[in-house]
Design a binder for this molecule. Structure first.
Ligand code: NAP
Ligand code: HSE
Length: 428
């Protein structure tokens, strides 16, 4: 039996889940893998606080050195969150010869190159399956199972909070603020929801996924990001009437050296596999040149789903020698030969508030035509608000800058912009 001693950094929701899951599954892992785990120390801010696990008081510590500098600790598991001091602690643990298992996508996305270089320099492992999509094993699939593929497209619902909010808006016809308030009351959204609803959390995760998928570092700073706070119940409902379902989508596409990486609200057709991903579930849909279409689906958060990924990583960390590292260079910057596309082609859903009189539609269509934007379908609502009606257009594939230019050129006396939302998943 190989004895593996663990140090925890943090012991909140995820840490308590890992503690409980280890207690539950330890006999089977000992039997199957010949590994016996002991948690020696767990760093917390407040040792007197109630926890979701029965962690003995003498295991809890407020001194990071008791985890990071103890030569008796083999693997450090991190679930404190935040970029700092977590990144410094992880670097120190690696320098001290410990492998690291982390759920912290923020620390990872911001400092991946430093952490990887440190892990490689000290011959230790850096494992982060739990950092993206919780229990869904997307990291291992991209890093290992799809080695024989060129992955040129990845679409993900990788934030459960926003998917829960958008699902309820669609099902109940409620507006964003009401559903967010309810989700916070139920403990399903954070008291400060910014990281989720503004798309930061999804951007950290997309940086990790797209780097692995493209075998090239995609810094989080190169990801276009837009959240869901401006989404209206009206847009969700009009989309439904046009057989479209709204999601906060993480999009990564590659065409040769040209790359698009973006997080923003996007409609997907009702018959796309991602449209059926509802509530707090996560899913990643991808296309590999050899494997074809594939979708991974499951729970992206919660103590036990996240612990599931972390304990699996722990087993890898404990038995893998040498440890594997990603196949792209450990650089802060993207490789020089990657070009980031800022004028991507997409289908657009455009809602205008227009006067209802002869010639209005022709004037609007003229603006689109002048910029080469072709209309695929159109819907007019008869309800008049402030003397105007809603006109909804879905375009054919059009370039972002052409669409924005056409919208800027609309005569305000004829039509004002209500919303513009991208549509993904229509192309093959
Ligand atoms: P949490 O419940 O707030 O737990 C954080 C833990 O870290 C607490 O035990 C806290 O101590 C400790 N801590 C934080 N800052 C510290 C510091 N400076 N010094 C010492 N201890 C410190 O957070 P969580 O929900 O478990 O999430 C943890 C990480 O997992 C985050 O990176 C998150 O993004 C990631 N993650 C979470 C989920 C999820 O479902 N929650 C899913 C996937 C990934 P006290 O207990 O004393 O306050
Ligand atoms: N806040 C994240 C989400 C969970 O809503 O998906 C942790 O990754």
């Amino acid at each position: 039996m190989k004895r593996v001693t663990i140090g925890f950094l943090g012991c909140g929701n995820v840490g308590s889940g890992v503690w409980n899951l280890l207690e539950d599954i330890a006999p089977q892992i000992a039997h199957r893998e010949g590994l016996a785990f002991t948690v020696k120390k767990a760093l917390v801010r407040d040792a007197g606080k109630a926890r979701g696990a029965q962690v003995p008081l003498d295991v809890l510590t407020q001194d990071p050195a008791q985890v990071l500098d103890d030569p008796g600790i083999d693997v450090v598991m991190e679930f404190m969150g935040g970029e700092q001091p977590a990144t410094d602690y992880l670097l120190r643990a690696l320098a001290n010869g410990k492998s690291v298992v982390t759920a912290n996508k923020m620390a990872l996305a911001a400092n991946w190159h430093l952490l990887q270089a440190q892990a490689q320099a000290h011959g230790r492992g850096l494992y982060y399956e739990a950092g993206v999509c919780g229990a869904v094993p997307i990291i291992r699939v991209l890093a290992d199972s799809l080695q024989a593929n060129r992955v040129n497209k990845l679409l993900g619902i990788i934030n459960g909070t926003t998917n829960y909010i958008l699902t309820r808006m669609a099902q109940e016809g409620k507006n964003y603020e009401d559903v967010l308030y309810d989700a916070q009351r139920l403990g399903l959204a954070e008291p400060d929801p910014t990281a989720d609803v503004e798309g930061f959390d999804a951007a950290y995760k997309l940086s990790i996924l797209s780097s692995l998928a493209f075998h090239a570092h995609v810094p989080v700073t190169r990801i276009y990001r837009e959240g869901i706070t401006n989404i209206t119940a009206q847009d969700v409902a009009y989309g439904q009437q046009m057989h479209l379902t709204l999601k906060l989508l993480a999009v990564a596409k590659r065409d040769g050296q040209l790359v698009q990486v973006r997080v923003h609200p996007a409609f997907v057709p009702d018959d796309h596999p991602l449209a059926a991903v509802s509530g707090a579930f996560n899913a990643v849909f991808l296309q590999g040149h050899a494997c074809g279409d594939m979708m991974l689906y499951g729970k992206g958060a919660g103590d036990m789903p996240t612990a599931s990924a972390m304990v699996s990583d722990l087993v890898q960390a404990a038995r893998a020698t040498p440890h594997r590292h990603p196949t792209f260079a450990n650089q802060a910057q993207a490789p020089a030969d990657l070009n980031f596309d800022c004028d991507w082609a997409s289908v657009y859903f455009i809602r205008l508030c227009a006067v209802d009189r002869p010639g209005a539609l022709a004037a609007i269509a003229g603006c689109f035509a002048d910029r080469g934007v072709s209309i695929a379908s159109m819907m007019q609502k008869s309800t008049v608000v402030d003397g105007r009606v809603s006109l909804v257009f879905v375009t054919h594939q059009a370039h972002e800058q052409s669409v924005m230019r056409a919208l800027r050129e609309l005569d305000p006396a004829v039509a004002a912009l209500g919303s513009v939302i991208r549509v993904e998943g229509l192309e093959s």
